[in-house]
Ligand binder design. Sequence first.
Ligand SMILES: [Zn+2]
Length: 144
Amino acid sequence: MEVLAQYKNMKDYMFQDQRLETFSEWPFDEDSSCNAHKMAEAGFIFCGSKSEPDLAQCQVCLKKLDGWEQDDEPWKEHKKHSPSCLYVKIGKKEADMTVGNYFDLPLERRRNIMKEEYETYRASFIEMAAEVRKKITKLRKLKK
Ligand SMILES: [Zn+2]
């Protein structure tokens, strides 16, 4: 549930203009190759804070990237850090996307959210299992 809630607004960033609006606090100006426009074009939304002022996230693969340099190319960085992302694989500017692309991308995003939710539950289950195992071991020792 936690994971799903975290991404409930992600569908609102399907279009480049919507993503661009999130970059009002982006630390790089228009002269840099990773300016807000190019970040949004490469599928990213800004999700930074005071402690992480250049954190951006792909709206499809959900990969978060920070540590951006003035001359980084957003498309190149996206491809390098998330080569299996469908947005990267399609690799088109918004105007060149097909209707089919616009059906596939939200489905892929949803699949990635489900994958992350599964991983979160799996990790907490493993943690819980370890605790139960400890308790059982303790009880066995008491019994002896
Ligand atoms: Zn991506």
